[in-house]
Design a protein around this ligand. Structure first.
Ligand SMILES: [Fe+2]
Length: 214
């Protein structure tokens, strides 16, 4: 990525978020490139773009999130309308695409859209943004640190594609456990994503995921 574009994306993020969130965003951008070097070296610019923009609406309040959905013509179902955490991913993808229409398309846009929940049939690109957001090193929560440790302790020790799928399953298990404990809504996409990775590991679908990496 050119230094000029990186600066533009960083400025766009910095203007819209707290300092703490900006430091997180910077760290996600570095992590996404790091993961991209392992799994998708041809997509480093796209991954970095999605990382810089993934949280650009997260600091907006719930009312403004709902208002933005209206402006973008997005119909919300009963789960998403009540989930601020998921709403920022929806409004973030649309806002990023409106700001950078040439860059935020396809995988870049859908990676922002699904960076919080995951989804069934996730692409490798989407998985890397989801994971970078989860394990970047400024995350203090023990579960994030443990997942980071798990991923990097074994990344070259076994089939790296299988390792990515294992890490994704672990992340969903942690997230669902946390949501259950805190009495929060669980987005249906999170359950679908988790089940999809498990089915993929247990059956022929895994080949399909591997083929996407080739
Ligand atoms: Fe994030």
């Amino acid at each position: 990525m050119t230094g000029k574009l990186r600066k533009e994306l960083a400025r766009c993020a910095e203007e819209r978020m707290s300092e703490k969130r900006f430091l997180h965003t910077e760290s996600v951008a570095r992590e996404a490139v790091e993961l991209g070097r392992i799994y998708l070296p041809e997509d480093l610019d796209g991954l970095e773009t999605a990382a810089w923009l993934h949280d650009i609406t997260k600091d907006l309040d719930h009312g403004r999130q709902l208002q933005l959905c209206g402006e973008f013509g997005i119909m919300l179902d009963k789960y998403r309308a009540q989930s601020p955490g998921v709403l920022h991913a929806i409004t973030g993808a649309e806002t990023a695409a409106a700001l950078f229409p040439d860059l935020v398309t396809g995988n870049v846009k859908s990676a922002i859209r699904y960076h919080t929940t995951g989804r069934e049939d996730m692409t490798v690109f989407e998985s890397l943004i989801y994971l970078a957001d989860y394990i970047e090193p400024t995350r203090r929560h023990e579960s994030c640190r443990k997942l980071r440790e798990y991923f990097y302790s074994d990344v070259s020790g076994k089939d790296m594609k299988e390792h990515l799928a294992d890490t994704m399953i672990k992340s969903f298990d942690i997230t669902v456990g946390y949501l259950l404990e805190s009495g929060s809504l669980i987005d249906p996409d999170t359950i679908s994503a988790r089940n999809w990775f498990v089915r993929m590991k247990n059956g022929g679908l895994f080949r399909e995921f591997q083929e996407r990496l080739q």
